[in-house]
Ligand binder design. Structure first.
Ligand code: FAD
Length: 342
């Protein structure tokens, strides 16, 4: 049986709003664990527009999506949040007053007093490649993410795709695999030029194979792949042995399991009380792009404000007997000590 992780708050989603919530909670001595499906923090900023400039973060005239994520990580360092990346929250159950159980698809269980849903536009989920009969192999020998690299040691591994994920995993897994083949539909890669050069050097040294074409059919049984065939752009077909396949065809945003947690929903969004950002279930809050209320603007700055007010109400659940005194970071030595600057 897996161990239950006990904490004050579980934050679902490590986008900009989930990250800043750690800061606002931390100032009030509230500890948080964050869970995100992505293998990195930053949500849409990191996944959809890491290099694009954002011009409307107060006090920062211009910052890229990646830069904002990095800045937020630096800002929340004093509060030592724990991250669980590459995991999807599948269940949220109420156990009693100010007591929730949260479960992930990686088998982890959390018990907490407050749940903060900062799930943005929903869960980023991998796009399934257009290969007939792929479903029975999924999670058994076809994987859309790498949880443990060791699982691919000494395997005949096939990676499909031409972006950064496909190239990064090619470079990381090549030393472990028995044989690695990268398949892409054209001999032109969207990934970072340095990764492309490294991959081509491995091919030139005979350490891996590169095939140009598309996966046409899978062979195997009981979820275990044994081989696949590739149709080349010139119409020829090749068959290669394969124990595991990793397709990286990009991500799409879907609401995902949020809709199954017994919360009131409106057009795939969670209505909240505008003074606390609490949902219809006391102790569960929704902040950032996932919530709705009159006048809501899906802006990062709105999510930051929502996180600050959420933390004030969350304090009542975590410390029911403590009075909350409002303080400024500029003038409170108490807050400055928490931030490690006094
Ligand atoms: P998100 O950034 O969407 O993060 C939510 C996270 O939750 C995701 O990482 C997701 O994987 C995770 N998640 C969801 N469900 C689960 C689950 N069940 N289990 C685990 N994890 C889960 N806003 C601005 O203010 N200024 C701009 O200039 C601006 N430009 C933009 C440009 C583009 C191209 C786009 C697409 C958006 C832009 N936005 C901009 C909007 C801004 O990115 C969003 O408002 C912001 O990302 C919302 O933050 P969030 O933390 O609420 O959600």
């Amino acid at each position: 049986m897996t161990e239950t992780i006990k904490t004050d708050v579980v934050i679902i989603g490590a986008g900009p709003v989930g990250l800043f919530a750690v800061f606002e909670l931390g100032l009030l001595d509230i500890k948080a664990h964050l869970i995100d499906i992505l293998d990195k923090v930053g949500g849409q900023c990191a996944e959809l527009y890491p290099e694009k400039p954002i011009y409307d973060i107060p006090g920062i005239p211009m910052v890229t999506g990646h830069g904002l994520s990095e800045g937020l990580m630096e800002q929340i360092k004093p509060f030592h949040p724990t991250f669980h990346l590459g995991e999807m929250v599948t269940t949220v159950e109420k156990l009693g007053d100010a007591q929730f159980r949260v479960g992930t698809d990686a088998g982890k269980t959390f018990e907490c007093k407050v749940v903060v849903i900062a799930a943005g536009g929903g869960s980023f989920q991998p796009k399934r490649p257009p290969i007939a009969g792929i479903e029975p192999y999924e999670s058994k020998s076809v994987h859309y993410a790498v949880r443990k690299m060791e699982a691919f040691r000494d395997k005949n591994l096939v990676i499909v795709g031409g972006g950064d994920s496909a190239l990064d995993w090619t470079l990381n897994l090549q030393p472990l695999a028995k044989k690695l083949t990268l398949i892409h539909r054209r001999d032109d890669f969207r990934g970072a030029p340095d990764s492309v050069n490294k991959m081509r050097a491995l091919v030139a040294d005979g350490k891996m194979d590169l095939k140009i074409g598309q996966v046409a059919a899978l062979e195997g049984g009981d979820g275990q792949l044994t081989a696949l065939s590739i149709k080349g752009n010139d119409g020829t077909t090749a068959r290669i042995d394969c124990d595991a396949m990793l397709p990286f065809f990009g991500l799409t945003m879907k609401l995902g399991p949020v809709a199954d947690w017994g919360l009131k929903m409106e057009d795939e969004l969670i209505p909240v009380d505008m003074s606390t950002f609490e949902t219809n279930i006391p102790g569960i809050f929704a902040i950032g792009d996932i919530n709705t209320y009159p006048g809501k603007l899906k802006l990062i700055l709105s999510g930051f404000h929502e996180g600050a007010l959420m933390a004030q109400k969350a304090h009542h659940y975590i410390y029911p007997d403590k009075r909350l005194v409002f303080q400024y970071t500029t003038s409170s030595t108490n807050l400055q000590k928490k931030l490690g600057v006094a």
